[in-house]
Design a protein around this ligand. Structure first.
Ligand code: NIG
Length: 377
């Protein structure tokens, strides 16, 4: 079944292709161009001057969780600092939850994101922290998300010996989880894993054929970015505190700097130096980091708005970072773009241009969403 979409007021494709109309055939984009030369299709939909862009690609979330950390957030807003230790609260609740309860949480947040224009979601394990709970987290994640990352190295479980835990993660746990995931990640930060521990996990994962991602430089400057670039990770996420050397290293590498501004706001950190990264030539992605501790939002539009209003990104840079940038951070070329052959993931705004995402902050602008060629919203 093919659908011709016409009346596009502004089309953002993130490619050389342009026009005011497109054809969706099955789950793919079949054609993009000017409506005057559009091919025939089974159906026609007129979006009446609205802007159309690729669905958001949310390349960093932690959706396999249970429990509630509202009180921790409230305490933070009253001045208490964020620390990695809060992860343990979610670990206890996650271990106590049933498979169905965990699956319901993932489904709920993926659906919530879809309603806001997110058509592609990466999510992680990392609230299990033992072999059985990491495996079931990966299995549940794989049932509901597009890409899954193994984050056994999220925190040393309270009471465990750090080196023994690293050996478990890069040994038995990795062996058990690897068949279910594409990516491995570590939280390389004070209070979580140091450079050597992080490297040991990532090297073992690389040897198993997994792609690498790193949580780095979230709470202060540290070795995360350096390690990510050294090992050729696809992405280093957070990048809130960067030295000039970190910026230069990212600019001369293929590692994407994934910025998570909602997290920095929710933890009362500085916002990441997006302008320095872009001006140096680094590739920047934006993601929600949706998780119950440091960033409980699934709103990519909020991240884009923040990036424009507070991080000095242009609207075009921010929208690219939240679509094609996320895809690049996941090494995908079939999402985050609108071109023949790409996945037909479309976000129609109730606005004539993407500029309205920042011009009308906080206003829900999603008019309709197409995911894999189907009208989802
Ligand atoms: O990306 N930085 C580490 N992990 C999450 C936080 C998880 C939590 O606090 O529960 C993050 O911010």
């Amino acid at each position: 079944m093919s659908v011709l979409i016409t009346g596009i007021g502004e089309l953002t494709t993130n490619t050389e292709v342009s026009g005011d109309a497109l054809v969706v055939d099955g789950d793919r984009v079949a054609w993009v161009g000017d409506s005057g030369s559009a091919p025939a299709a089974d159906e026609r939909v007129d979006v009446e001057g609205r802007a159309v862009l690729p669905g958001w690609v949310d390349s960093h979330t932690h959706l396999v969780f249970a429990g509630d950390r509202t009180a921790e957030f409230g305490a933070r807003m009253a001045g208490k600092p964020y620390t990695a230790g809060g992860i343990a609260v979610t670990v206890n609740a996650t271990r106590a939850a049933s498979d169905e309860e965990l699956a319901a949480v993932v489904r709920k947040h993926v659906a919530e994101a879809l309603r806001q224009g997110t058509t592609f979601v990466e999510t992680k394990t990392g609230y299990g922290l033992n072999v059985a709970d990491e495996v079931r987290s990966a299995r549940i994640a794989a049932e509901h998300a597009d890409e899954v990352t193994f984050l056994g190295a999220h925190l040393v479980p309270p009471g465990a010996d750090a080196d023994e835990y690293v050996d478990l993660v890069r040994g038995e746990m990795l062996d058990a989880v690897a068949p279910l995931v594409r990516w491995a990640d570590v939280f390389c930060e004070k209070g979580a894993f140091d450079y050597d521990q992080s490297k040991a996990v990532l090297v073992a994962a690389q040897q198993k054929g997994l792609g690498l991602r790193v949580h780095g430089n979230q709470l202060g400057e540290g070795p995360g970015v350096r390690l990510a670039v050294e090992l050729g990770a696809a992405s280093v996420d957070h990048c809130t505190y960067l030295s000039t050397e970190d910026v230069d290293a990212l600019a001369s590498s293929d590692t994407v700097a994934t910025l998570l501004p909602a997290c920095d706001l929710s933890t009362r950190q500085s916002l990441p130096p997006a302008r320095a990264l872009l001006d140096a030539g680094a590739t920047v992605a934006l993601a929600s980091n949706c998780n119950p501790g440091s960033s409980y939002t699934s709103s990519m539009a909020f991240c884009v708005t923040t990036a424009v209003l507070q991080m000095r990104m242009t609207v075009e840079e921010a929208v690219w970072a939240a679509t094609a940038g996320g895809a690049q951070a996941l090494r995908r070329d079939d999402v985050g773009v609108i071109r023949p052959g790409a996945r037909a993931d479309l976000h129609v705004l109730d606005a004539p241009s993407i500029t309205h995402l920042a011009y009308r902050p906080g206003v829900p602008l999603t008019h309709s969403v197409w995911r894999q060629g189907q009208r989802a919203i």
